[in-house]
Design a protein around this ligand. Structure first.
Ligand code: ADP
Ligand code: MG
Length: 315
């Protein structure tokens, strides 16, 4: 028996079990925020799936069914947004316990429909079953104009790496909850929001390389580098942190920069731009630079090169 951690974790596992996609209608298969398929003359279809598991992605003690429903939708919208697209349709699979109250499911769907209304997409099906844990698995389809597609594989050496906002808050919130402490970050963990509007603005400014932060800045930058065949440097001092995240991390004696790099679920966007365009992105924060592959991937901490780390480790 081989442990998943032994072979290098989640992504090594996916690489090991999957095969190259042969179908010519698949523009992007495995490796980006969504799969991309041929669709119409001017548009591609985006297709993604993301699962929330009780005890891992949500906890009934801390959240409400409405918030859980919203989160299940927002995390999928986030992936569609990171490709430059807009959500259109969702399928919802739920696994509930035999004794899960009807009212729980009522509220779960109330939350999901609120998000569908907000972003103007529809729930068009799903699946319902029972088990020992509650699981909510959403599959979402979106559309993107061909000339607005953003991919993890479009980064070029010399480009700057930016993020749309502060990082680390979600993990700070999770750790406050675990230690029964209070703080603003808790809301960031329980009620994540896709940066769909921001993604659309970036696309209109010509951004074509983007990823959403689900597993931490370190992990997302590594994904960009892998898909773009580049290296990268992240400037540790420049990692944007809200004052509340610093305060909340302190309450649990943890390093907020570590949360930003290796925590995840912030759902900010990480994207690359050409240096000459920097003034067009005043609302975003510069965190690093894309390098040629041979320079490697590293963290620059007060002038010293360090390991970037691995992002959130699922296994
Ligand atoms: P994200 O964090 O943006 O949702 P992931 O990191 O979960 O993306 O997945 C990375 C890539 O691996 C995606 O292209 C996804 O479709 C693919 N992938 C993830 N899990 C599996 C799986 N079990 N089988 C096949 N492909 C997978
Ligand atoms: Mg993603």
């Amino acid at each position: 028996m081989t442990k998943i951690s032994k072979i290098g974790g989640e992504f090594a596992l996916i690489a090991r079990v999957t095969k190259p996609v042969k179908d010519k209608n698949v523009i992007i298969g495995i490796g980006d925020d969504t799969a991309v398929l041929k669709y119409t003359q001017y548009k591609y279809l985006l297709w993604t799936v993301d699962m929330l598991v009780e005890g891992d992605h949500f906890n009934l003690k801390w959240s409400t069914p409405e918030k859980i429903g919203k989160k299940a939708m927002e995390v999928n919208v986030s992936d569609i947004g990171a490709m430059g697209g807009l959500p259109k349709y969702a399928l919802i699979s739920i696994c509930i316990r035999r004794d899960t109250p009807v009212e729980f499911v009522d509220k779960l769907y109330k939350g999901m429909y609120q998000v569908a209304k907000k972003y103007d997409f529809e729930i068009i099906g799903g699946d319902t079953t029972h088990g020992d844990l509650i699981v909510i698995d959403v599959s979402m389809i979106g559309e993107v104009r061909k000339n607005e597609l953003a991919s993890r594989s479009n980064a070029k050496p010399g480009q700057l790496i930016l993020t749309t906002g502060n990082l680390g808050a979600s993990t700070a919130g999770l750790n406050l909850l675990r230690q029964k402490k209070k703080g603003i970050s808790i809301k960031k963990h329980l009620e994540p929001k896709a940066r769909l509007k921001e993604a659309q603005k970036l696309i209109k400014k010509g951004v074509n390389c983007m990823i959403d932060v689900s597993d931490g800045l370190a992990s997302e930058v590594k994904h960009i580098c892998e898909m773009s065949k580049t290296g990268a440097v992240i400037y540790k001092e420049k990692i944007p942190l809200a004052a509340s995240t610093k305060r909340d991390a302190k309450k649990v004696n943890k390093d907020p920069q570590d949360y930003a790099l290796n925590g995840g679920e912030d759902f900010e966007l990480v994207f690359t731009i050409n240096k000459k365009d920097l003034r067009k992105f005043k609302d975003s924060k510069l965190v690093g630079k894309i390098l040629p592959k041979k320079k490697g991937i590293y963290l620059l901490d007060k002038g010293e090169k360090k390991e970037l780390g691995h992002g959130f480790i699922h296994f």
